[in-house]
Design a protein around this ligand. Structure first.
Ligand SMILES: Cc1cc2nc3c(=O)[nH]c(=O)nc-3n(C[C@H](O)[C@H](O)[C@H](O)COP(=O)(O)OP(=O)(O)OC[C@H]3O[C@@H](n4cnc5c(N)ncnc54)[C@H](O)[C@@H]3O)c2cc1C
Length: 354
């Protein structure tokens, strides 16, 4: 249950709509790509790194939820600046106007999803994989077949419903409809096939001592010609990293991720570290790798939409069959709060049909 699904379920429950919700999530946690891990006392946001209130169409609605309706005790404002770098690993400061308010939570970005779930006591069924859909034009009902992955996928259940909201990344929606029975499945597949997602390899490197003299919280490759696209120093986020220790997230470029996606962890780590040492020479100067606590490679098969946005108008015709969609494929880029907002808007559309 990612941010779009949570936005919809949260609003439908909050408005006390008389709907019996069934929330199916294939993984073990809420958050989807807005996620975090905690390991050996280090907390890190290895999916989305932070969120901003930028680019929202109903910004006041979303700001009110985050700042007034949900608890704010653990909300963390990232105060250090974002710097840029070029293909030659030259680092430079951004113009002040490019600095926007960046937020996460003390226990990691996943806390946002957890707070939303807890606020309305949403009963998410974890490790339930939606395998197949079937629509009957006679009864105007959907039949969903899902697998209980906790039982090794052996247990298959079927449920019948009038309305469905789908929020996986576009390529996974295509996979689902290829297996499903729906008289408009070819139209759905055609629409979502156009929205490709980028792969991303991500390294999480924890150190038992603190990297000194880092003036920034993150580095972004502006010309997109470097093999690294983004680095975050997670120590700059309150509550994430124990005192006097460090953790960096290193997100590799689209090209690097495509070329090395199937390579072993050892190969990915070795190649990534070569680039990292050029970009952050203080790592070698301060002998940081001698105090490395752990290094983990996260592979995101569907990390971010590749700048193509599915048109909301093209999806309207499915609403008469009770079929709704929300997610970052409607934005064309990866954005936590915009995905959440798309979920809120989907709940408005569903409520209008009730
Ligand atoms: C590496 C990375 C860095 C990013 N950085 C940022 C950032 O700094 N700032 C920012 O705002 N955004 C960032 N993003 C993008 C942001 O995380 C996403 O745009 C947003 O979280 C998408 O939410 P969603 O609900 O649309 O999709 P998802 O989060 O993908 O949610 C879909 C959910 O559906 C579940 N699912 C899929 N298929 C099935 C199935 N068949 N059955 C049951 N469940 C299923 C999935 O497990 C998942 O929980 C980043 C993303 C990545 C991967």
């Amino acid at each position: 249950m990612g941010m779009a699904g949570l936005g919809c379920a949260w609003n439908l429950t909050k408005n006390k709509t008389n709907i019996n919700l069934l929330l199916l999530e294939k993984s073990q946690k809420v958050g989807g790509r807005a996620t975090s891990n905690s390991r050996h006392g280090y907390t890190y946001d290895h999916g989305a790194n932070y969120f901003t209130f930028e680019g929202l169409s109903q910004s006041q609605r979303v700001i009110d939820i985050i700042q007034k309706q949900l608890p704010t005790d653990d909300l963390v404002h990232i105060t250090k600046e974002l710097y840029l770098f070029d293909k030659d690993s030259k680092i430079y400061q951004t113009k002040e106007t490019q600095q926007t308010e960046k937020l996460t939570y003390r226990k990691g970005l996943i806390q946002l999803a957890e707070l939303i779930q807890q606020d309305q006591d949403l009963n998410v069924k974890f490790e339930y994989f939606v395998d197949n859909l079937k629509y009957s034009q006679d009864t105007k009902k959907w039949t969903i077949t899902y697998q209980d992955k906790a039982n090794n996928g052996n247990k298959q259940d079927v449920v019948s419903t009038n309305y469905i909201l789908l929020t996986p990344p576009a390529p996974q929606i295509v996979d689902l409809f290829k297996k499903s029975e729906y008289h408009k499945k070819d139209e759905v597949i055609q629409i979502f096939e156009k929205c490709k997602y980028k792969k991303q390899l991500c390294l999480v490197i924890a150190f038992e001592k603190k990297i000194q003299d880092i003036p920034y919280f993150a580095l972004l490759n502006e010309d997109r010609q470097h093999s690294i696209v983004w680095i975050t120093v997670e120590d700059q986020k309150e509550g994430h990293v124990p005192e006097n220790k460090s953790l960096i997230i290193c997100q590799m470029s689209e090209q690097f991720s495509d070329e090395n996606y199937e390579a072993s962890n050892e190969v990915v780590i070795q190649k990534a570290k070569e680039s990292l040492n050029k970009l952050m020479p203080q790592l070698e100067q301060q002998k940081m790798f001698e105090s490395q606590k752990f290094c983990w490679v996260k592979r995101w098969r569907y990390a971010l939409p590749n700048n193509y946005k599915v048109s909301e108008e093209s999806l309207q015709e499915f609403q008469q069959d009770g079929l709704f969609f929300a997610g970052d494929f409607l934005i064309g880029r990866g954005r936590v709060l915009q995905a959440f907002e798309k979920g809120l808007l989907a709940s408005d559309q569903i409520q209008a049909k009730l």
